[in-house]
Every structure is written in structure tokens, then in C-alpha cells.
Ligand binder design. Structure first.
Ligand code: MRU
Length: 396
């Protein structure tokens, strides 16, 4: 997608494939800065500290992390240790394990001299598949939005469709397009008037910082709200739909996403507002059925709750970014990073293969499989044609 008219992706190869470039998302929206990851440790650190974040992007970064590890040492022990190190960085998003397994399975039977190159090819394929899946999610979601817009009463025809989103499930969370934001971008480009309510998404404020940044750079009308405002807006008819991403979806349609998603689903349910979840195949954990009982919830540092980062007021000229403390010294903080929204609260899943009810039968119908252990559905069925806007990658 675009930043100031230039097409970007979130991750790219540098130095002939000896390092990996990424946008440092910890500094957005106030500073657009890139980082080069040249070693396994640097890739693992970038994921753990959320320089890169968002389930699909974590997966792609992990895949390139394995490539970097194999460039340094292609042996079996190195492969196994790198897999474990990367997989331990963030426990909730299943895309990470999915991508690591894809690279490991691709290279494990190869002679040592071929492994690093094969890992590079596979990681690049994972990245391209992600772009294609997200673009297809956008197309399916656009159709849903068009139906919603058309179904509104005559006095609301032509007015912007008001869509609420939580966290950042846009292009910064993927390689390009995003999951939940892909239908929004497609709608905007198709000329469907759309306005986005952006949950700030405490504690790390991915909504206020990343989603607002993305939407602004693409020219999509949006308004940042505090996390507590969504229910009120829904009660007053100001939200036509909620759309979010997911870090892990069980085969029964339970959805694990950024903390606070569940409360939005409850409010949507109570107010008859459709609650959509957008996801690629790589986010489905076919081995799990009960999301609440089975999905590991990442516990992050309490300092993310007790402290907040932003641009110093009146300091935009200097661009000074500062961190301040909110509660009094000594107050404890607790920081579960994700929650589980039960399938019964999800109106529909929007995938690269189409829209389905959040049920095991719905997912089976799309993916033609029951579960457990076998390979995720190949992305080959989605449109792999690059979007014309993607003439430039990375820093262009
Ligand atoms: O902790 P984060 O910022 O990695 O969490 C991101 C989310 O929760 C996204 O909604 C999710 O990864 C889906 S992204 C396409």
C-alpha cells in the first residue's frame, strides 16, 4: 500500500538476500524508519519486541529468520534450534508456526549446501501467498460491504458505510493489503463511501498509531476513538459493521485476536451489528476446537499497561517521541495480549476463498478438509496476480 504516494511492503530482501528489511513499527506513526535484520537473533528480537507484528507478518519474518539461520549454519541442529527460538517469540499467532513448518519441511531433506537458498525461495513464496490471500480477502469483503450498503434504508443511501475496527489488521500486519483493512481499501478504491472508527487499542495502541497511519496515508476517512466508545456508537446506530483480524482461528470458528475484541463482539451482538472476522488460511489452527480452553494467550510486560509512548505535545517539529508513566509508582499491571471471541458471536468469516459462517462446517466447505496435522490449504487457488500498485516494493 502507499505511504505518501509510494508503494511499500512491510518486508523485503536486501543485500542480495543476505539481510531482510522491515519497517520499524515501534516508531510509527511519528517516525518512518526501517531496520535491517541480518541474523537469526535479530529476526527473533524484531518479532519479540514488535518491530514487526501482526500474525501474517510475524510468520513471514519467522520464515526469513530461518533463512538467515541457515545462511550462517545449514546443519540439522541449527535448523532445529532456530525453529524453536523463532517459534517461542510470540505464542498466540499460529501463522508463525505455520510458516516455520513450511520452511523447515521444504529444506529438511535437502543437502546442506542447498538449504539456505531453498529457505529463501520458500519464504518469498509465503510472502507472495500472503499478498494474494489478503487481496482476495479484500475482494470478498468488498462484496459484503456493497451488500450492506445497498441494504440500508433509502435515507442512508450514498452516506459513508461506518465500519469499526480494533487493533491493526491492515497492511502493516501482513505483507500488503491487510486482512480486516483489505476490504476497506478495496471499497475506498472502488468508490464506495466508507468511514472507519478506529479503536485506539490499548495498551500498545496499534489502532491509534498503525491503523490511523495506514488509513490516513491511503486517504481513507477515519476517526480514532477510545476503546470504550464502541458500544455507545453501536447503540446510537453509528456502526454498520465491525471487522477485525485474528491471530488464531479454531476449526470451529472461535477467533483469538487483540485484547478487547471480545467486548466489541458482545456489543455488536447486543446491537444487531454484523461482526466480521477476516483471515487467510494460514491463521486457521485445524488442530484446535475450543478456542477459550486451547489457544495460548501471550502475556506481555506490565510496562505496556503502566507506560504509554507518543509524540511530545507541541513537539511535532522536533519529532521527539517520549514514554510516560500513567498509574502511581507501585501499582501492578497485568497485560494479556489477546482474547477469544466465541464463534457464536461472529457473523461471518471472510477468507481468501470466500465468506463462510464461523462453524466447522463453514470452514470445511471452504477448505475441503476436516483437521489435524495435515498441510494448510494451498494458496494456489487465489489470484496471484500482483496489484498494479505494487510496481515498487520495500523502499521503492
Ligand atoms: O500484538 P499484535 O499487534 O501482533 O496483534 C495484531 C492483531 O491482533 C491483529 O488483529 C492480528 O494479528 C490479525 S492481523 C492481520
Amino acid at each position: 500500500m502507499n505511504i505518501d504516494g509510494k508503494a511499500w511492503r512491510t518486508i523485503w530482501l536486501e543485500e542480495g538476500g543476505r539481510s531482510v528489511g522491515v519497517i520499524d513499527q515501534t516508531l510509527l506513526p511519528h517516525r518512518l524508519s526501517t531496520r535491517s535484520l541480518a541474523t537469526l537473533d535479530e529476526a527473533a528480537e524484531a518479532i519479540a519486541t514488535m518491530v514487526v507484528r501482526g500474525a501474517p507478518l510475524i510468520g513471514v519474518t519467522g520464515a526469513y529468520g530461518l533463512m538467515l539461520a541457515l545462511q550462517a549454519d545449514p546443519g540439522d541442529a541449527s535448523l532445529a534450534a532456530a525453529f524453536e527460538q523463532l517459534n517461542a517469540t510470540r505464542p498466540t499467532a499460529i501463522n508463525l508456526r505455520w510458516a516455520l513448518e513450511r520452511v523447515r519441511d521444504r529444506v529438511a531433506a535437502l543437502p546442506l549446501v542447498e538449504r539456505a537458498e531453498a529457505a529463501a525461495v520458500e519464504a518469498a513464496a509465503i510472502a507472495e501467498d500472503d499478498v494474494a490471500m489478503c487481496a482476495a480477502i479484500g475482494d470478498h469483503g468488498l462484496m459484503l460491504f456493497q451488500q450492506l450498503a445497498a441494504a440500508r434504508p433509502s435515507e442512508r443511501q450514498g452516506q459513508p458505510l461506518n465500519v469499526l475496527t480494533h487493533c491493526n489488521a491492515g497492511w502493516l500486519a501482513t505483507v500488503d493489503w491487510g486482512t480486516a483493512l483489505a476490504p476497506i481499501y478495496k471499497a475506498h478504491r472502488a468508490g464506495l463511501p466508507i468511514h472507519v472508527w478506529v479503536d485506539e487499542t490499548r495498551p500498545r495502541n496499534q489502532g491509534a498509531s498503525l491503523t490511523a497511519f495506514e488509513l490516513g496515508r491511503e486517504g481513507v476517512p477515519h476517526t480514532v476513538i477510545v476503546d470504550n466508545a464502541g458500544g455507545h456508537l453501536m447503540q446510537h446506530g453509528l456502526v454498520d459493521a465491525v471487522i477485525v483480524g485474528t491471530d488464531r482461528t479454531t476449526r470451529s470458528g472461535d477467533v483469538c485476536n487483540k485484547i478487547g475484541t471480545y467486548l466489541k463482539a458482545l456489543a455488536a451482538h447486543d446491537n444487531g451489528v454484523p461482526f466480521y472476522v477476516a483471515l487467510p488460511a494460514s491463521t486457521i489452527d485445524w488442530s484446535l476446537c475450543d478456542g477459550l480452553a486451547e489457544i495460548p494467550i501471550e502475556a506481555r510486560s506490565a510496562t505496556e499497561v503502566t507506560h504509554i509512548q507518543g509524540l511530545v505535545a507541541g513537539g511535532s517539529a522536533s519529532g521527539e517521541i517520549a514514554t510516560v508513566q500513567l498509574p502511581p509508582e507501585g501499582s501492578a499491571g497485568f497485560n494479556p495480549a489477546f482474547d477469544v471471541t466465541p464463534a457464536r458471536l461472529v457473523s461471518a468469516l471472510i477468507t481468501e476463498r470466500g465468506v463462510a459462517p464461523a462453524t466447522e462446517a463453514g470452514l470445511q466447505r471452504l477448505y475441503g478438509r476436516v483437521a489435524n496435522g495435515s498441510e494448510p490449504a494451498p494458496a494456489a487457488e487465489v489470484n496471484r496476480q500482483p496489484h498494479p500498485d505494487q510496481a515498487h516494493q520495500g523502499q521503492g
